[in-house]
Design a protein around this ligand. Sequence first.
Ligand SMILES: Cc1cc2nc3c(=O)[nH]c(=O)nc-3n(C[C@H](O)[C@H](O)[C@H](O)COP(=O)(O)OP(=O)(O)OC[C@H]3O[C@@H](n4cnc5c(N)ncnc54)[C@H](O)[C@@H]3O)c2cc1C
Length: 432
Amino acid sequence: MHSVSKTNPNRRNTFRSSNPFMPVSMLLFLSLLCTLFPFSTVATDSVYDNLVHCLSSNTNTKDQFSKIIYNPYNSSYTTILQDYIRNRRFNTSTTRKPLLIVTPLKESDVQTTIICVKKIGVQLKIRSGGHDYEGISYVSNVPFIILDIFNLRSIDIDIKDETAWVQSGATVGELYYSIWQKSKVHGFPAGICPTMGIGGHISGGGYGNLLRKYGLSVDNVIDAQIVDVKGRILDRKAMGEDLFWAIRGGGGASFGVVLAYKLKLVPVSPIVTVFRVIKTLEDNASDLIYHWQFVANKIDSNLFIRLLLQPNYYKEQGYWNIFKLQYFANWNEDDAASDKKYVEQTRTLYSYMTPFVSKNPREAFLNYRDLDIGTTDNGKNTYTEAMVYGVKFFKGNFARLVKAKTIIDPENFFRNEQSIPPLPSHERNKVN
Ligand SMILES: Cc1cc2nc3c(=O)[nH]c(=O)nc-3n(C[C@H](O)[C@H](O)[C@H](O)COP(=O)(O)OP(=O)(O)OC[C@H]3O[C@@H](n4cnc5c(N)ncnc54)[C@H](O)[C@@H]3O)c2cc1C
């Protein structure tokens, strides 16, 4: 599935995870042209002027902001917006567009942007790789600005120390390649799709083929840098262990802008053997799947088996990515009716699976974003709304995440449709 967007950009896909460890997801991808302007050009003008004025008065460099702020009149606006839209379903003429896109060139640009956008009072969306399944890093129902950090993508590998500092705008593929350039016996446990952004992927957990041997990406993060709502750059020591814990699985976007993670590299063999076994129902595939579930997590941790259930259609099309258990729908049509039809099919499948997966709550994986499981409009009921999806994503950890949020961002500046809310003000005395 991960290569579909690259190999055939005319294809559309939607799927929900059925993996018992990460049971819910929904994905609809890829990229298409669009021309619509954002909410209102008048609003754009005034926000642009206010932002430039504020940024200029918060820095010594006067002219640089014209190079990092894009409004819809700018000829590069559409290209920059679309470059990191990885889900074609959210790249249509009717998709809401940002008032502005800010593309920081250095860390201090992020700091001043946060201070100024907070002052202006517009919703800020943070985007790294743009792979969010619901596009919430670049789509919103309210007027918004995108902080797009693709320019902040440096990777600094220290093989002697077996660590790497990687900025959030880098992709997972760039990280793998940089490690490989320095050492053939080091790696990092993260996901498969090479164009995923470090910022979203790692802050949401991150799993890949080294999962059995080394755990999740976040199990191998040893430090981080985040810009908080006050515009401060905090490392692990400065942010404290609760926030450091929160941005390793709780999603960065609720807490601040993650600038970079420091990663512990893991030893890998210079030679990796990969093979696939294709079985059909006639080959008794059902029996194989049945037995797989009893051995998959017990065999030697050097062996990772991904089980992928697919109809023959994908085999005929050459679509085999390996041993991943998933539900998958794919379509070529480019119209809203088809979108609706295939989304409904995945919803039906998701519903059909209810008796067979986790219950109370039916669990979900943050990196497999699915707005169907609950949303908040960040209004006065945000805490109770967030509880609905929060316990599905985080179970008992939701409360600890709320506590971390309340301390670092009590006014809920960093928010989105599925963010962690602060405690309601009348309950704040519970946070010490
Ligand atoms: C084709 C495909 C394959 C995938 N494969 C895997 C896989 O193998 N393993 C796995 O675990 N997941 C996988 N995912 C899910 C992926 O990990 C998530 O979609 C992840 O959030 C993508 O991160 P991003 O930076 O590319 O996305 P974005 O859309 O840029 O961001 C996702 C979320 O993170 C927030 N965010 C981004 N950057 C920052 C930042 N610097 N600071 C704070 N918040 C930030 C955004 O605001 C948004 O809420 C896959 C997704 C796709 C589309």
